[in-house]
Every structure is written in C-alpha cells, then in structure tokens.
Design a binder for this molecule. Sequence first.
Ligand SMILES: *Cc1c(COP(=O)(O)O)cnc(C)c1O
Length: 375
Amino acid sequence: MNKIQMVDLQGQYKKIQPQIDKALTDVISSAAFINGPEVNNFQEDLEEYLNVKHVIPCANGTDALQIAMMGLGLNQGDEVITVDFTFAATVEVIALLKLTPVLIDVDINTFNMNIEALKKAITPKTKAIVPVHLFGQCANMEAILEVAAEHNLFVIEDTAQAIGADYTFKDGTVKKAGTIGDVGTTSFFPSKNLGCYGDGGAIFTNDDDLAYIIRGVVNHGMYKRYYHDVVGVNSRLDSMQAAILRIKLPLLDVYCEARKNAADYYNNAFLECDKIITPVTSEFTSHVFHQYTLRLKDVDRNALHQHLLDNNIPNAIYYPVPLHSQKAYADTRYNEADFNATNELIQTVISLPMHTELEKEQQDFIIKTILNFVK
Ligand SMILES: *Cc1c(COP(=O)(O)O)cnc(C)c1O
C-alpha cells in the first residue's frame, strides 16, 4: 500500500506532467510572467465554466475576500456577518478593513451558516453577509438572499472550499457556487479543489460596474495608467499559475467526482456505526468534498486523532478553536450560548484523508483502523 497522505499533489501532478511541464516552459520562453496571455485565457475559461460574466484573477483567496469588500465600498464600522466555524481569512479581512465582524453560529449538521442566527444578528449597521461554503457544499443561499434582499445587504460568497459545486434553486435553476450572491471569491492554494502550484485566487461577479471597480482595486486603484482614483492593492495571479490552472480546470469535474466517490466509499463503510456521523449534504447543493469531516459521538476525538497518526494515517481537526474564542477576534459582545453548534463541533469533528488519488486499499485501512478504535 502506498503511504497515505492527507492530499496527494504529487500523484495528481504525475498524471498531467507532460502538459504542465510544457505549459511552464512556454511561459518561461515567452517571458510574459505577469499579466501574460495565459492569465486572460484562464479568466475566460473560468468565466465559461462558472457561467459568470466576470472573473477577476488575484494573488490568493484572502486577497480576493478583501478586494471584494473594498469593491463594494464598505466603510469603517459597517457590520459584516460571517460564520464562527471557518478558516480565519474571512474574519481577518473584515477586521483589517476596520469593518466590524459579527460572528454567528453554524448549522450543526451541514457546518454552514445558521439562518436563524443570521436573522438574529442583523442590526441597522449590517451591510454584508459572508457565507462560507464550508468543506465543499453550499450554504443555504436562497434563504440568505431572501434575508439580504429584505435588509438591503450585500452577499459575498467565500467559495475557497467549494469551487465546482452546484446550487439548485427551488424553481430548478442551477448556478455554480460563488456566482449566486453579489460577488464570490475563491482560492487556488495548492490543496484546494482547483489548486495551482503556488498562490492564486479569483473574484467572480455578474455585475458589470462592480467588476470594473474591482479590476482597478487589484491594480493599485488605477483605471488609467498612473492615475490612481481609489486606494487599491497589488494582487495578481502570475502567468505560470494561470497556465497550470488552464490545464487543471477541464479536470475539475473529474477531480470532484473522484472526491465524491471516495466520500461515498467512506459513508458506506461508516453507515452501521452509531458513534460516527458522516457528512450531511443539503438537498439544494452538490458536495465537492474539499474535506471529508466526521462528527463523533461518545468517542475521545483527540485520542482517535493520535491513534490514526500512530498508524501513519494523516488526519486533521478543522477547526480546533471557534473564531469568537480566538485572541484576535474575541469580543465581549459575544455570548457563549449563541455558539452551541461551533462549540460542540470543535470538540467532535475529525477530517480524514480526502483527495483525487485516494486508493480503495488505503481507504479500507483507514476505515478498519477507525472502526476498531471506536467500537
Ligand atoms: C483557503 C481559504 C481561504 C484563503 O485562501 P488563501 O488562498 O490561502 O489566501 C479563505 N477562506 C476559506 C474558507 C479557505 O478555506
């Protein structure tokens, strides 16, 4: 059996090595390292795949969130609601821009934004909602859009973990994750579902005016060379990363399918075990399994984590600390009773190896080791 990895980027590269190597050599030969034709080509490919009017590439997924918020013209003191159970990038950029983060609880079953908590958190100062499509499935966008319309709020979708997922509206309309709200953002960090070989990110929108503003923000606030109309940033996807992403984008659906199959295999194996709650997928979304995350009942989670490591099975706790308890984001406004789901999840979740190259033999070993431990 091959060594089990949390993510197998080498194995994935080997299957596309000739195309990748050629694309990189071509970029180097062309010397168009920044803003080369590959960046524009990838932008167009991704616009077509997502069926969205504008893709604006940028340097990483954290920048993408920051730039989206800058583009929307949010001002100091505006409240931005996001979830307590996620990677810190989301709340970090809200704080960096001197906006006021308002963290809310998630739904215990789907790990995504709790709609009741959202409604409760709205105040006259609320300006935007940032749902995070955590672990690969969409938050309840139809409900979020309803709340946003009622209170005139922007919706920014953090799609770093769910690129490629489909969202189905009640009327049957299907949209790609990240293209549903006012603006969506993603990350091409190597281990993400569509990963490059360094840093990368993108912003999506169907709004022509917003796209125009954002294209200036990513480029030092310039709309005409050396005329700086707004305070911007320098955030670019480089040509080598774009060339890699152009090769990997046509494989994204295949990659998502491989993850889904691996998830089905785990789900089936844990079906009978009442101490293990397998991932719950909401009816309105497909799941692209950026992570495969179990909830444990009456199991010492930290002991299982260590036991798996002792058996050379990598695994991870996403996430061990709720954002409202992080030193950087703690605030006396928060009330522990409002975070029941997050406070439980941080004690009971465990994420298993999940990637496109996972072998049945490896999964069998992981499953057997877990079931022997929890029984
Ligand atoms: C990875 C991630 C980001 C940040 O992306 P980077 O490219 O690492 O900056 C933001 N939000 C979520 C939910 C993520 O998982």
